[in-house]
Write a protein that binds this ligand. Structure first.
Ligand code: SF4
Length: 364
C-alpha cells in the first residue's frame, strides 16, 4: 500500500505555494500544522528516542533555500560516472537497515520542497548555458524518487519538462512499484526508471517497507512497455554465506522478466557505510548482520569490504550477466581503478571516459 503520513507540517512561507496545494489535495483528512520555526520541529523529532521511525511518519512542506542541482558527491580515488543530482526531497518512507541517510541527515522528517518553479528555472538555466554538455540527472540521492510520487506528483512535472530538453536524461531511482503517474504519460525516451535490485534474502531482510523484487520487476516491465528506459542498480551487494548462488538466482529472475537487450545499463556497488551508521544500524535493526563483515575504511571515510572480497563479488556477478549478454553496459559505483581493472579488464582514466560510455548508451 502506498505511503500516507500521520501529520503534515507546512512552513509559513510555503503554505500558499502551488505545489503545497497539489500535495494537500492528495492527502485529504491528514492533520496539518502551519509552523513558524522549521528548525524547532526538526530538533523536536531529532531529540526523540527513535527519531527516524517517528520522522518517517511526518511530512514537512517547505521551501529550499540552496541549490537544487549538484554533482553526485565523488572522491578522486574512486572512478566517478559524473551523475548529477536534482534535489526535490530529503528523507524516505522506506526503511532499509543500510540506508546511509540515517547517518548523513540531521533532519528525520520526510521533507518536500514546494518552490519547484525555482528548481526548474535553476535547472533550465544550467542546461541552456551548457548546450554541448550531456547531463545524466537523478532525483533519488537523498530520497526514493517514486515511493511518494502519488503525493508529490513530481513525475507529472518532470517527465514533460525533460521531453523538451535535448542535452539531459532524467533517472528516477526507486525500490517502489509506484508507477501509476508514469504510466499516464507519454515519454519520449528522455526518462529512465532505475530499480535498486538485490538478492531475495537482502531485499526481504534488510529493505523494510519496500516493494518486493517481484513487484519491482512487474513495474519495470510495465514502464518499459510504456516507452521508458530501464536500468538496474545491484547495490548494495552484500557478502554472506550463499551470496553467489543468491545473486545468480536473482539475476536469472531479472533476465527472465526483462530481456538484457531492453536494459540500458546495470550498475554494481558493494555494501559501504559511514562508520557512525554502524551504531544506528545495530540499534534500529538488531537482527541485521550487515555491519559484521570484514570491512576496511576507504578514502571517502566509508567502510567497505576488503578489495579481494569486492573484486570476487563483482567478477562472479559480471560473469553471470555476461552469460546472458555480451553487450549490456555495466559499470561500478564508487570503485577504484584497480577493482575496475580486475572486474572488467579496463582501467578508466577519467570521469569523462566513464561518463561518455554511459551517455552513448542513452543517445543510442
Ligand atoms: S530506499 Fe534508499 S533512501 Fe529509502 S530507506 Fe532505502 S536506502 Fe534509504
Amino acid at each position: 500500500m502506498n505511503y500516507t503520513p500521520s501529520k503534515i507540517f507546512i512552513t509559513e512561507e510555503a503554505k500558499n505555494d502551488t505545489q503545497t496545494g497539489r500535495m494537500l489535495e492528495r492527502m485529504p483528512g491528514i492533520p496539518v500544522e502551519i509552523i513558524q520555526d522549521e528548525k524547532a520541529i526538526i530538533r523536536h523529532y531529532n531529540d526523540k528516542e527513535d527519531a527516524f521511525t517517528q520522522g518517517k511518519r511526518m511530512v514537512l512542506l517547505t521551501r529550499h533555500k540552496g541549490k537544487f542541482f549538484k554533482p553526485c558527491p565523488s572522491v578522486t580515488d574512486y572512478v566517478c560516472c559524473n551523475y548529477q543530482i536534482f534535489h526535490l526531497a530529503v528523507g524516505c518512507n522506506f526503511d532499509c537497515s543500510y540506508c546511509i541517510l540515517q547517518a548523513y541527515l540531521n533532519n528525520p522528517i520526510l521533507t518536500f520542497y514546494t518552490n519547484i518553479e525555482d528548481a526548474l528555472s535553476e535547472l533550465s538555466s544550467i542546461l541552456k548555458e551548457n548546450p554541448k554538455s550531456y547531463y545524466r540527472i537523478g532525483t533519488g540521492e537523498l530520497t526514493d524518487s517514486l515511493s511518494t510520487d502519488h503525493l508529490t506528483g513530481f513525475s507529472e512535472i518532470l517527465v514533460p519538462f525533460f521531453q523538451n530538453i535535448s542535452n539531459a536524461t532524467l533517472e528516477f531511482k526507486t525500490k517502489s512499484d509506484n508507477i501509476d503517474n508514469l504510466l499516464k504519460m507519454a515519454p519520449k525516451e528522455k526518462v529512465i526508471v532505475g530499480w535498486s535490485y538485490n538478492s531475495e534474502k537482502i531485499s526481504q531482510e534488510e529493505e523494510h517497507k519496500t516493494a518486493s523484487l517481484e513487484k519491482r520487476l512487474i513495474a519495470a516491465k510495465k514502464v518499459l512497455d510504456a516507452g521508458y528506459k530501464v536500468t538496474f542498480h545491484l547495490d548494495p551487494i552484500v557478502h554472506y554465506e550463499g551470496w553467489e548462488k543468491d545473486y545468480k538466482e536473482s539475476l536469472d529472475r531479472l533476465f527472465d522478466a526483462i530481456p538484457p537487450e531492453k536494459i540500458t545499463w546495470i550498475s554494481m556497488g558493494s555494501l559501504r557505510y559511514l562508520p557512525k551508521l554502524k551504531n544506528v544500524m545495530t540499534e534500529r535493526f538488531p537482527k541485521s548482520k550487515l555491519a559484521y563483515g570484514e570491512f576496511v575504511r576507504g578514502v571517502d571515510d566509508k567502510m567497505r569490504y576488503f578489495k579481494d572480497i569486492r573484486t570476487e563479488m563483482f567478477q562472479a556477478i559480471q560473469s553471470h550477466i555476461r552469460s546472458y549478454s555480451k553487450d549490456l553496459a555495466l559499470f561500478l559505483c564508487m570503485e577504484s581503478q584497480e577493482v575496475w581493472q580486475k572486474t572488467f579488464g579496463i582501467r578508466p582514466t577519467s570521469i569523462e571516459e566513464v561518463s561518455e560510455k554511459l551517455d552513448t548508451q542513452l543517445i543510442k
